[in-house]
Design a protein around this ligand. Structure first.
Ligand code: 4AD
Ligand code: MG
Length: 433
């Protein structure tokens, strides 16, 4: 095997010279005298040309044995070629088969059912579309870290095995030695609040788990959430941070993932309008709008996916619905002093029917009110002792939010279902591969 090889992304630097490349065969074509191998190595795609009369007979012979997904090494002169994807082509002089691939490779260039594709997710990942989505996700993850780093936030990694409970939806449980039951974290927020009192501005970025029996295009049982928490921010500051954040992520994707978004046939003009400020609609006003649009929602209900779609259809950028009824939201949200039936919170809804990508709120900072909420929700007071301490020892105005990574990636990529936006999705009926 050649010991020095070049990644396809770096081939341009080798124009006019010989180089070796390793990768997987994606297409093969031959006229009998000239053969073409299209090779993928994850950093790019390269076409190699083999001219029968110019190569040793064993090279030509080996070409005949190639199948799609065979891993190979090709060596030859790198030539400039404006029509090629990476701007270069290779005139192959040597060809080595590293790993053969039987002709029953499951992913073929035809329509496959989604269950079949998910069963073969470990191979499906190699497809062009899946590679494009993964690259957009990667860029967005990097942009998230950059956004907070540039603004002086401290990243805090919060536990996944927890004793406290955060949100209302289903919990995954596991036995935990002599300590009883541990729950997989639904959110890092409560820990984020403790960290905000120590560090001022923090964010968490980690996997979160929800044992929800929902089979929708926007629910996973394991998803990644980014949760900033800021001391002294109120609900309005919180929304301003959200719109700056979301706009930053979209701008980054437009700037650095043009190729990928093109591959995904994403209408980029629908992303270019995503700039602050985002329209703000109070929940009560949203219910009136929904009634005018024919929805049967009653004041007090949480918004369903259809309601959300009706509300965003008039807008070319995400919108905030703020100050929901207390009953519809989690116990830790601060009571609205101007209308105690509601809490100081917001959901950020993405356009084009993608719906809620962020849930955020100002937190209840009054010790007694929080105790009251824990009681009425029937939550175990013991588990929240440490959380209440944050209101006992120097309580503080603070607010934060959680952005769902896969939902955000799905919207930016324009994919219909979020299961394509994580390498190995966990769904109600899917624990493998
Ligand atoms: O609205 P949620 O439940 O809010 C929280 O967890 C708060 N503790 C956040 C905070 O204030 N720090 O979830 C936040 C976001 C949602 O808006 C959605 O984007 C995503 O997490 N999300 C899911 N994504 C995929 N699959 C699921 N089952 C999701 N549940 C929530
Ligand atoms: Mg929510």
């Amino acid at each position: 095997m050649t010991s020095s090889f070049v990644r396809i992304e770096a081939l341009r630097e080798h124009v006019g010279r010989a180089a070796s490349v390793r990768g997987w065969v994606t297409h093969l074509r031959s006229s009998g005298k000239v053969a073409f191998i299209v090779l993928r190595d994850g950093t790019g795609v390269l076409q190699s040309v083999i001219v029968k009369n110019n190569v040793a007979p064993d090279v030509w012979e080996r070409f005949q044995q190639l199948t799609v997904e065979t891993s190979i090494a090709v060596t030859g002169e790198v030539r400039e070629d404006a029509r090629s994807p990476g701007g270069v082509e290779m005139s192959a002089t040597a060809l080595e088969i590293i790993g053969t691939s039987p002709t029953d490779y499951p992913i073929q260039p035809k329509e496959h059912g989604v269950d079949f594709l998910l069963d073969n997710r470990h191979l499906w990942l190699r497809s062009r579309r899946q590679r494009a989505i993964a690259r957009v996700r990667n860029e967005i993850e990097q942009a998230i870290h950059d956004f907070f780093y540039e603004r002086g936030f401290l990243r805090v990694d919060t536990p996944i095995l927890t004793a406290a409970i955060g949100e209302r939806s289903g919990l995954f449980e596991t036995e935990y030695f002599d300590e009883g039951t541990a729950f997989l974290a639904q959110t890092g927020q409560l820990y984020g609040e403790a960290a905000a009192a120590a560090f001022g501005k923090i964010y968490t970025f980690g996997p979160t788990f929800r044992a929800e029996k929902s089979k929708t295009r926007r629910h996973l049982t394991e998803f990644w959430m980014i949760e900033p928490e800021v001391a002294w921010n109120d609900s309005n500051d919180n929304m301003r941070l959200q719109e700056a954040f979301v706009s930053y992520l979209v701008e980054r994707a437009l700037e650095r993932c043009a190729e990928e978004l093109k591959e995904l046939e994403r209408d980029r003009s629908k992303l270019a309008t995503v700039v602050p400020p985002f329209p703000r609609i109070a929940y009560t006003e949203a219910v009136e709008i929904l009634h005018r649009k024919g929805s049967a929602i009653t004041w007090g209900d949480d918004l369903g996916a259809e309601d959300e779609a009706l509300l965003v259809e008039d807008h070319d950028r995400p919108i905030f619905i703020y100050n929901y009824p207390k009953e519809a939201k989690a116990f830790y949200m601060k009571e609205n002093p101007e209308d105690p039936r509601t809490v100081l919170c917001d959901d950020c809804l993405a356009p084009e029917g993608y719906g809620e990508i962020i849930g955020g709120s100002q937190r209840e900072d009054d010790y007694d009110k929080l105790v009251e909420r824990i009681k009425t929700e029937g939550l175990p007071m013991d588990a929240y002792g440490w959380y209440l301490d944050l209101r006992k020892y120097g309580t503080f105005t603070h607010a934060g939010f959680g952005l769902g990574l896969e939902r955000t990636v799905a919207w930016i990529c324009g994919t219909p279902h979020i299961r394509e936006c994580i390498a190995f999705p966990r769904l109600m009926n899917r624990l493998w591969p």
